[in-house]
Design a binder for this molecule. Structure first.
Ligand code: AMP
Ligand code: GLY
Length: 422
């Protein structure tokens, strides 16, 4: 089957890499792709949000399935747009994508279906005084979340009550534009986080993918500013059979059943951002796509045919297709541009990628310049993903590979996975 994959990051590189191994795959197109995705298919210069242009491409090239990498097209309703068109879309409907598109909807959904999550209330400009009182009823730190999409920046965690009240007013006043016209305030949960990915067919069928943990902060020891993700590890030692049993019973099944009960069409990936609070899993957030950079680790541990699984999910019938996991450990370490997540230069020449043999390099912010040279074009540049017998073994491969790749200002964290090693 011919597939159109939407997106341009490391996650899409990893999805493209994995799908390109499928005997079912005919042609793979990536819109818009990046400087590395050309190794797995053909880059197409169309924005994932330009649905009319995508439809024309789908028609002209007889595309069988659209795989959506990032949340924006899903929240904008790409599933519904193509609903009566002869192409499969792997992803949730617009209503399902609200699990990520509206934190207020996600919290309401969790409460209605008995899914463990932090106690919360939502406020608008009209109810700001109640918001202040709710803050006073909580213990610090205070967690304030813009309801809508805010490019991963919409969550503030604040220690001081006056500061929190000021931020509530600023958020409701337009700090994140329309996204923060409603603000969710919730209880702070203390624990270690992990990412669980579920592929569902919208008819009660689902498969759980390998669990991963990502590293969000720019600095070692999880310090400094939040980034799109600096590395990931899979599996996660604390997400053992007992923990995952609780996740399945208390979170995955109620989520799948809740979607069915509410009549929400959902045929794609559900990303559960979980926190382990003294052994009990709770949901921090839902996303409606795979994680980045978790995907760059998780794909290495899937031994089954991803195209077959995604096609079955998009068709609404996963049946008894297996999703086999490798027992090995996968890690990914992200190389970023100096200055990221603040401002950083672009167009720096990247060398050494051809000499890497022990890792897979998943390109994120790379491009091919007019001279045909591979150059940086984003903050997160290339992820080095490796399989090994243990976290240290896999990490040694990724770090050795990173040593071979060079560009001006290259930065990466040297402590990925350290918190998980006994
Ligand atoms: P989100 O954008 O929802 O992923 O939130 C960003 C990060 O904020 C999460 O990955 C957590 O580390 C943290 N966070 C969000 N909600 C809470 C909470 N209720 N308690 C503690 N940390 C939280
Ligand atoms: N790694 C977290 C995310 O993709 O949102």
């Amino acid at each position: 089957m011919d597939i159109l994959l939407l997106g341009s990051g490391g996650r899409e590189s990893a999805l493209a890499w994995k799908m390109s191994q499928s005997p079912l795959l005919g042609k793979l197109y990536i819109a818009p792709g990046n400087g590395g995705t050309g190794a797995y298919g053909t880059n197409v210069a169309i924005s994932p949000l330009d649905f009319d242009a995508l439809r024309k491409f789908v028609d002209d090239n007889a595309i069988d399935m659209i795989v959506v990498g990032n949340e924006d097209p899903l929240v904008a309703g790409i599933y519904d747009y193509f609903e009566n068109h002869p192409v499969l879309v792997a992803g949730p409907s617009k209503a399902g994508a609200q699990l990520e598109g509206s934190k207020d909807m996600a919290k309401r959904f969790m409460v209605d279906h008995g899914i463990p999550t932090a106690r919360y209330r939502s406020f608008t400009a009209e109810t700001i005084d109640e918001g202040y009182r709710f803050l006073e009823s909580l213990k610090p730190p205070y967690v304030l979340k813009a309801d809508g999409l805010a490019a991963g920046k919409g969550v503030l965690i604040i220690d001081d009550i006056d500061e929190a009240k000021k931020s509530l007013a600023e958020m409701l006043g337009g700090m994140f534009g329309k996204s923060s016209a409603t603000v969710v305030i919730e209880e702070f949960l203390s624990g270690i986080e992990c990412s669980v990915f579920v592929l569902t067919d919208g008819n009660g069928g689902y498969r759980v993918l390998p669990v991963a943990k990502d590293y969000k902060r720019i600095g070692e020891g999880d310090t400094g500013l939040n980034t799109g993700g600096m590395g990931a590890v899979s599996p996660v030692p604390f997400a053992d059979a007992e923990f995952m049993g609780k996740v399945e019973q208390r979170i995955i099944l109620p989520t799948i059943n809740g979607l069915l009960k509410e009549g929400i069409t959902y045929r794609g990936f559900i990303f559960l951002g979980l926190i382990n609070v003294a052994g009990e899993p709770m949901v921090i957030e839902y996303n409606v796509r795979m994680g980045d950079p978790e995907t760059e680790a998780v794909m290495l541990r899937i031994d089954s045919d991803l195209v077959e699984l995604m096609k079955a999910a998009a068709e609404g019938n996963l049946g008894d297709l297996p999703l086999d996991e490798s027992p090995k450990t996968a890690v990914t370490v992200m190389m970023v541009s100096g200055g990221y997540p603040g401002s950083y230069p672009k167009g720096k020449i990247i060398t050494g990628t051809d000499s890497v043999t022990d890792s897979i390099l998943f390109h994120a912010g790379t491009a091919i310049d007019p001279q045909g040279q591979l150059v940086t074009s984003g903050g997160r540049v290339i992820a080095a993903s490796s399989l090994g017998d243990s976290i240290p073994d896999a990490l040694a491969r990724s770090y050795a590979s990173i040593d071979k790749v060079n560009f001006d200002g290259k930065y990466f964290r040297r402590d990925i996975g350290r918190d998980l090693m006994a």
